[in-house]
Design a protein around this ligand. Structure first.
Ligand code: FMN
Length: 167
């Protein structure tokens, strides 16, 4: 529960490069997510190249900070050969949340940057990395060591008014 409570969107990063083992660890967490009929409709591109990060950071006005991340993970959604394709966006959401939580466990900071279903952003990211049509860019995740210790910290959002019990 601490990991869930403390996860925050971290948008300022130190210059320390995130180790490959940690990148694999968060991607392993991403692939442990539940998915409709276990279709696992996810693929990932890990972008560490400065030029490509620079291009991706211009996907929208809300993504500029990601240029300074150690890596930008492009989350891709398969769009062919799925048994329950209409549920794929939910599968991807679960996968991204897993990734971000494991990042907190490893002392990293992440921010989810929305791409799908904004067609302009989908087209921009596809063109930037020459991504095949069989998958669609779904989100960008900036990953880095937080510039400021304690960036991942608890903010209480519990609101009892949003809950109803039917007994
Ligand atoms: C679907 C989605 C899209 C988002 N897109 C962006 C984005 O483009 N840029 C950004 O800085 N944050 C983005 N965020 C992060 C939210 O702004 C953030 O989660 C929210 O303000 C709550 O803050 P917290 O993550 O620290 O709890 C996005 C989050 C989600 C779930």
């Amino acid at each position: 529960m601490d990991t869930i409570n403390n996860r925050r969107s971290v948008r300022k990063y130190s210059t320390k490069i995130v180790e490959e083992e940690k990148l694999f660890a968060i991607l392993k967490a991403a692939m442990q997510a539940p998915s409709a009929v276990n279709q696992q409709p996810w693929e990932f591109i890990v972008v560490e190249n400065e030029d490509k990060k620079n291009i991706l950071s211009q996907t929208s006005t809300h993504t500029k900070f990601s240029q300074k991340a150690s890596a930008i993970i492009v989350v891709l959604m398969k769009n062919v050969d799925l048994k329950a394709g209409e549920f794929a966006p939910q599968d991807l959401g679960a996968s991204i949340q897993n990734l971000m939580l494991e990042a907190v466990n490893l002392g990293l900071g992440t921010t989810w940057m929305g791409v799908y279903p904004n067609q302009e952003r989908v087209d921009y990211v596809r063109k930037a990395l020459n991504i095949e049509e069989r998958v669609s860019p779904f989100a960008l995740i900036a990953v880095g060591y937080p510039e400021i210790d304690g960036s991942n910290r608890f903010i209480d959002r519990f609101d009892e008014k949003r809950i109803k019990f039917i007994k």
